[in-house]
Design a protein around this ligand. Structure first.
Ligand SMILES: NC(=O)c1ccc[n+]([C@@H]2O[C@H](COP(=O)([O-])OP(=O)(O)OC[C@H]3O[C@@H](n4cnc5c(N)ncnc54)[C@H](OP(=O)(O)O)[C@@H]3O)[C@@H](O)[C@H]2O)c1
Length: 222
């Protein structure tokens, strides 16, 4: 169990990636708030999470209340609804870390990098929310259903954001969820992690493998 007890509010936490992160952080001992557009969907997701992690303090709220209640807020909705969801909770995010997992995939060509005109999903989130919110992007290259299973994840997490202290917090949270996170620099660098997802999709397809991922290597300086 973690000895920290921040509450983590996951907006769109009823979906695939949000469920995976909720399971991992619940098992690590964090207090979890599942956010949804509807109380009913959030209640259903919380009931499922309680079955998996009965000891965890979990609650269900609509996204606006979840964003206001969470110490740390995580956005896990499809790219098409990223900015509208952030707009709806913006006033509740002041002074907080907002972890954004959004990958700007443009179906049907999800294997082609198509970054938005704003630079990247992460940069667009930071521009929308302003400097009062510490946007950190992460987990774009991690498959949701791996997060949901009790398996070792062989993919590292690139963590981008303008504040080092916020990146460090997200690296810690990645570790508690069973992955290694790395400082990837300012929010502009989120573009690289977001783009990498389409490359991993191509690798999976062309080499007939599942869950290709990246691993950062190096040697400690003596
Ligand atoms: N799936 C993956 O393996 C994966 C991996 C890395 C990154 N990501 C990123 O994670 C994010 C979530 O992906 P996902 O696969 O978890 O998505 P998802 O399951 O399709 O959707 C997540 C949640 O988004 C909410 N949502 C749907 N339509 C919405 C709308 N019009 N407005 C506001 N909220 C809406 C829904 O919650 P409610 O109906 O409860 O409101 C839904 O449960 C995406 O940005 C994706 O790029 C996904």
């Amino acid at each position: 169990m973690s000895d920290t007890q921040e509450s983590i509010a996951i907006l769109g936490g009823t979906g695939d990636l949000g469920t995976g992160l909720a399971i991992r952080w619940a098992k690590a001992g964090h207090k979890i708030i599942i956010g949804s557009r509807t109380q009913e969907k959030a209640d259903t997701a919380v009931a499922a999470l309680r079955l998996i992690s009965p000891q965890t303090d979990v609650s269900a709220m609509v996204n606006e209340d979840a964003a206001a209640s969470g110490d740390i807020v995580v956005l896990t909705v499809p790219f098409a609804h990223q900015l509208s969801t952030l707009e709806s909770v913006k006033s509740a995010l002041t002074g907080k870390i907002l972890i954004d997992v959004t990958v700007p995939l443009m179906p049907p060509a999800v294997g082609k990098v198509q970054l938005p005109a704003g630079g990247s999903a992460g940069k667009m989130a930071q521009d929308l929310l302003g400097d009062e919110v510490m946007v950190v992007t992460a987990f774009q290259n991690i498959a949701a259903h791996l997060l949901q299973q009790d398996v070792k994840i062989e993919c590292d997490v690139l963590v981008a954001g303008n504040k080092k202290i916020a990146r460090e917090k997200v690296i810690e949270l990645a570790g508690q969820a069973g992955m290694t996170g790395w400082h990837a620099g300012p929010i502009e660098n989120s573009a690289a992690a977001e783009a990498l997802t389409s490359i991993l999709i191509q690798i999976n397809r062309r080499h007939d493998i599942s869950h290709s991922g990246l691993k950062i290597i190096g040697q400690a300086d003596s």
